[in-house]
Every structure is written in C-alpha cells, then in structure tokens.
Write a protein that binds this ligand. Structure first.
Ligand SMILES: C[S@@+](CC[C@H](N)C(=O)[O-])C[C@H]1O[C@@H](n2cnc3c(N)ncnc32)[C@H](O)[C@@H]1O
Length: 428
C-alpha cells in the first residue's frame, strides 16, 4: 500500500472505532483480517495514524474545524507527520485508493494556530478534567497534557533473577536499546516518527527465556519505591497479570514470600506463565475464592495496592480511554480505591508499610484519596518519599516529583514515563 491508501484505511478504522465504540486494537485487528493483502508495515502505519489521531483529537479537531475521522487523519498527516496540503493532493492524484483531495478549508488546518483555543484543547484533554490536571500538575499543566498526547517509548525491565542489562542489550542489539534514565534495570527504545514500527521484542529468545519483561519505566520506578526487601512477607493485593509482582520478586532476590491476589480471575490468569518464565519462586498466587486472604490478616510486612484507576497516566498508550472517561467512572474508581485502602490496612502487621500506587495523575485518585484515608484511619502516617527514593534508587529525588500531599507523581513531561503516583504509609 502507498501512503494515500494507508490514510484511507486509517480513516475507515477510526470511523469503525467511533461508530461501534470499539477499542482501537480490536478495530485494527478486524481491518487486518478483512484486508489480508496488507503487510506488517502497512498495519503499523495505519495503527500509528489512528493512535496519533486519538492522542491529539481535540487540537486536531480545532485546527481542522471538524472532528470527523477524515479530518483527524488528515490533521495527523499535516500537523504530526510533516506533509503539506500540496504534497498530499499530489500523492492522492496518482493513487486510486486515496481519499478525496483536500478542500481549501482542510488545507488551512495545516497552518492553524491554536493560541486562542481553550487551554484544555491545547492540552488535548477533555474540558472537565482541566481543573484537576491544573491542581495536580501546576502551571505547566498544558505542557503536561501535550506530553501526555505524545508517543510513548517501549521500555523493558531486565529480570535480575535471570539476566543482566548487558546480556539483554546484546540479545536485542538489532533494536538499539538504551539504558533508561532512572530505573536501574530499565532499557528503553524511543518511539520513532511517522510510520516507525514498534520493535517486536516478545518473539526474542531473551524474552522467551525470561530475561526481560515489557514494562513502562514509570511502573518499574514505583515498583522499586514499594521497596519490597529480601525475606519480607508481601501482599500484592491488586496483582492483575503480575507486572508489579515480577518486579517485586526480583527486588526481593526470590526470598521471603509474595502473595499475589486479584479479585478478577481473568486478569490474574496470565500471571502463572509469567512467574514461571521469569523464574520467580517466592510468589504464591491466591485466586479470588472466599476467605482467600484470611490467614494473612495482621501478618504482612508490606501491602502493595496497585489500585484500579482511570489510567490517565497511560493516555499515550491508550488514547481512546482519554475521551471515554466520565465523571461517573472517576467516582466509581475513587470508591473502589477508598475501599481497597481500608482492606489493605487489615493485612499489615504493626510497623508494616502500605504502598498505594495508581497509573493516574488526578489528585482525586491520589493525594485526596490518601488524605481521606489518613483522616479516617488512626495509626497510619506518610513515609518520607525523598528518603524512600534515595534508598530504592540510590540518587536524590529529582525536583518537582513530590506532591503537596506527601506522595510522588511521575509524568511523561517530568520523567519521560507514563504517569504514576505512589504514596508510602507506615502502620504504627
Ligand atoms: C492497575 S490494575 C493492576 C495491574 C498489575 N498490578 C500489574 O502491575 O500488572 C488493578 C487491578 O485491581 C484489580 N481489582 C479491582 N478491585 C479489586 C479488589 N477489590 N480487590 C483486589 N483486586 C481488585 C483489578 O482486577 C485489576 O486487575
């Protein structure tokens, strides 16, 4: 397929996403099945166009004066991929699969200036979230929003139980991985421009042997800050597919015991294979049966709550969720988080540590949630996050990451990672 045909396909996929309220990955897969002539390069390019359109949906729509799939995809070509109206119309003229030529109004979108547009539009986020973002991230919130609308890097965590960074770098040399800026076992491959393909690392021998996992550097940092130590009894209360569990196990050198639990059996399902592949021997999976955790009450050194959240920190990877988020969904997540904090506290022994984590930057899910918990639960106090950073990451806490409420917030702008929040609490 040539570029114009790829644009037409992206318009069709985006229309499918919007009309049928489908996840992007599903719509892309369906398009691939119906268009088997398309190669891997075509599918990657079409995926990039669709994801880029959704990442900057608000500003692209404002520039084009329209939010149709066609307007959004043409905006990506001109505003993100360096095409001009002239280059597009010229290419369209010689490709029977091309979209219709650009109208003068569409062509004007290429040079539209959005300085007078609402700040939420410039930050590429829904209007109703602007106040929360400003409260959480301060005067830079528009630039933070713009960074949250960029393409993410592909990050790996070297599994210290089986490999070294040097070994993984050698195994993946063809993709030129670099050391991550903060996470000690992190490797990163920056996102390329335009139709660049994401390296397919999960077919690498090193991955199959458990030498590394795909994990955003932000997720690695908060897992390190949870600071699970050798010999401890640790409950991973929202283990899901085990991304944090694996990192905790490596941090603990396979000693002590991790109990990995999740209330959703299907989310937990991949954890068994992942534990095996990673050579983890100190984790016990607790499936969500009645009384599954009763024997752990009051016994844990550490409880990690990687809470269900709105995922605002992962908008770069799942930009469709940005536009689907509603105040009702946020309220639902807040209620779940509040209940989980109370639940987590039960399992700690005196002197134990609760690590509360979200992949969101909204204060309602972060500092506010902890403040409400502390107000209602006697006997808990925040641990010094700068000291925890020094202990876990052996450097000083970079400026601007600590939150007003005593937690820590990573963002694409500040740390080049997904957005994450962590707060450490000690039970008296
Ligand atoms: C952010 S995800 C966890 C991701 C996982 N820790 C990882 O690193 O891959 C949140 C998880 O919380 C689980 N969850 C939601 N409510 C829960 C509850 N009341 N008890 C335990 N797990 C819960 C969800 O099923 C979901 O898997």
């Amino acid at each position: 397929m040539r570029f114009p045909g790829r644009l037409s396909a992206a318009i069709a996929v985006l229309a499918d996403v919007e009309q049928r309220k489908r996840p992007v990955s599903e719509a892309l897969k369906a398009w691939g099945l119906n268009n088997r002539f398309a190669g891997a390069g075509d599918r990657a390019a079409i995926g990039n166009l669709v994801y880029d359109a959704l990442r900057r949906r608000a500003s692209h729509a404002a520039a084009m004066g329209s939010d149709t799939p066609r307007a959004l995809v043409l905006a990506v070509a001109m505003r993100d991929w360096g095409e001009t109206p002239e280059s597009l119309n010229q290419a369209f003229a010689s490709d029977t699969h091309a979209p219709e030529p650009l109208s003068p109004q569409e062509a004007a979108g290429a040079v539209a200036v959005l300085a007078a547009a609402p700040l939420a539009t410039q930050a590429d986020m829904p209007d109703w979230l602007a106040a929360s973002l400003e409260r959480a991230l301060g005067p830079d919130w528009v630039a933070e929003g713009q960074a949250m609308a960029g393409r993410p890097s592909l990050d790996l965590r070297v599994n210290a139980l089986k490999a070294t960074p040097e070994k993984v770098m050698k195994s993946l040399a063809r993709f030129s991985p670099q050391s991550a800026a903060i996470a000690p076992f992190g490797l990163t491959m920056p996102a390329g421009p335009r139709d660049a393909r994401t390296p397919n690392v999960t077919t690498d021998e090193g991955y199959l042997k458990g030498w590394f996992e795909v994990q955003d550097q932000g997720s690695q940092i908060v897992a390190a800050l949870a600071n699970a130590r050798e010999g401890e009894q640790v409950l991973d209360l929202c283990a899901g597919a085990g991304g944090k569990t694996l990192a905790l196990a490596a941090n603990m050198g396979n000693s002590g015991q991790i109990f990995a639990y999740d209330s959703d059996r299907s989310r937990l399902a991949p954890i068994y294979d992942r534990l095996k592949r990673n050579g983890v021997r100190n984790a016990q999976v607790r499936a969500p049966n009645d009384n599954a955790l009763d024997d752990l009450v009051g016994k844990m050194d550490r409880v990690v709550v990687d809470a269900p959240c709105t995922g605002t920190g992962t908008w770069r990877r799942r930009p469709d969720t940005k536009w689907k988020l509603t105040p009702e969904l946020l309220a639902q997540r807040q209620a779940e988080q509040a209940a989980l904090l109370v639940e987590a506290a039960r399992y700690l022994k005196p002197g134990g540590t609760l690590a509360y984590i979200t992949c969101s930057v909204l204060p309602e899910e972060n500092d506010d949630q902890i403040a409400a918990f502390l107000a209602e639960t006697p006997g808990f106090a925040s641990l010094d996050i700068a000291a925890a950073w020094r202990q876990a990451l052996i450097t000083d806490l970079p400026e601007g990451l600590a939150t007003a409420g005593g937690g820590l917030c990573l963002t694409p702008l500040r740390t080049g990672t997904d957005g994450f929040y962590i707060h450490l609490l000690r039970k008296a």
